[in-house]
Design a protein around this ligand. Structure first.
Ligand code: FE2
Length: 384
């Protein structure tokens, strides 16, 4: 984006040819830019002073001062050279240069998404199940990038040919980020145990749920690596909680309001070692109304404490959510075999498994955070 010419003394820009900006006006408080695309953006003087390019660390991009050190400025002078706008502020008479492309990319209003736009899915995703090859991901940054993007956009990823050596799941995390350690340790075993502390450590079927809703923050990613599966059941099921939440929002807005507003307490008690508690609505939204997380786990949900007037409606909404999460039309299903691994966004994709009677089944799991995955995707894209 380049600027042909502007004049600032009259507040009206003169443009000699179309280089991306149609016109510019300003007074002492505001610089207004109309881009050749027709978009117009106003830049407030204090915003401009707060965002001067020299106010950022050259390598890290971090701002080097705080707002409380900035007195109220006025625009003193505006000039341009080529595709650069030079702004002089009255108090210090310093001139700071903004590129036209930077101004365009920071025009307002732009609604910032908390997360990249998710690709919603249902049981039709069963036809697109594919397992990436572990050794290929380790040797090809392009393949790794593609796999990580799938996890970011769809909320899950599948891997095969992972060595069935114990603790290899930790090496998979090291491809993109860091393990989230908890009171369960860096990794946890999922297999039938004689005295289980958790339903996961039995042969019972487990309904759709998110893990650890009693933590703050909830672990963002969960990995499960299959070491042994000789069972006569134990199929893995995944459902896109964001797709279910959007369905409720569209068809049952009152239920959506209840589920995204009223707080529920979750708790995990392991006497003598852990007493974890966190409180959140079952569907969490941000200030733009985007669904950003679900917490759904009847095992750790505590008794609701809502006003009596809403209790009946809340239970109807809660049951609706549970029914839609367990609809066969909503889920994908597959049997993890030794050497296969799945990773999923624990704040979006709910997981469950069918019961099994006979045969041993042993998975090793761990948690990781989403921010390191998203960071590594960006790093890979910068190196392209
Ligand atoms: Fe689980």
């Amino acid at each position: 984006m380049a600027i042909a010419s502007i004049t600032h003394d009259t507040g009206i820009a003169s443009i000699t040819h179309d280089t991306g900006i149609a016109s510019i006006t300003h007074d002492t408080e505001w610089l207004q830019v109309t881009f050749s695309s027709g978009e117009t953006s106003k830049f407030y003087v204090q915003w401009l002073r707060d965002n001067i390019p020299s106010g950022r660390h050259q390598d890290r991009g971090q701002r080097t001062f705080d707002i409380n050190s900035l007195p109220q400025h006025s625009l003193s002078e505006v000039t341009h050279t080529g595709d650069q706008v030079a702004v002089t502020f009255d108090l210090d008479q310093c001139t700071h240069v903004f590129t036209a492309s930077w101004l365009h990319s920071h025009r307002n209003p732009i609604t910032l998404r908390t997360n990249p736009t998710p690709v919603l899915w249902n049981a039709e995703g069963q036809n697109e199940l594919s397992f990436a090859d572990y050794s290929t991901l380790k040797s090809s940054r392009k393949s790794l990038h593609s796999w990580l993007r799938h996890i970011r956009d769809y909320g899950y990823g599948l891997l095969e040919n992972v060595p069935t050596e114990p603790e290899t799941v930790l090496e998979v995390v090291e491809m993109f980020g860091y393990v989230r350690d908890t009171n369960y340790g860096k990794l946890f075993e999922v297999r039938a145990e004689p005295n289980p502390s958790n339903l996961a450590f039995t042969k019972l079927g487990i309904g759709m749920h998110t893990d650890n809703p009693y933590r703050d923050p909830v672990p963002g990613l969960q990995l499960l690596h299959c070491l042994v599966n000789e069972s006569d059941g134990g199929e893995t099921q995944l459902v896109d909680g964001f797709a279910v939440a959007e369905k409720i929002r569209q068809k049952y807005p009152e239920a959506f309001w209840l589920l995204s507003t009223l707080p529920v307490r979750f708790r995990y008690l392991d006497e003598g070692s852990a007493d974890l508690e966190a409180t959140s609505s079952l569907i969490e939204t941000n200030s733009h109304g985007e669904v950003i997380a679900l917490r759904y786990n009847s095992r750790s949900a505590q008794a609701f404490t809502f006003p009596s007037e809403v209790m009946a409606d809340y239970y109807a909404a809660y049951r609706l959510l549970g029914e839609l999460l367990h609809e066969p039309e909503a889920r994908i299903e597959f049997r993890l075999t030794p050497g296969q691994l799945m990773i999923f966004d624990n704040q979006r994709v709910l997981h469950g498994r069918s019961s099994y009677e006979e045969g041993s089944r042993h998975l090793q799991g761990c948690y990781a955070d989403k921010d390191s995955l998203r960071s590594f995707i960006r790093v890979l894209e910068e190196k392209k």
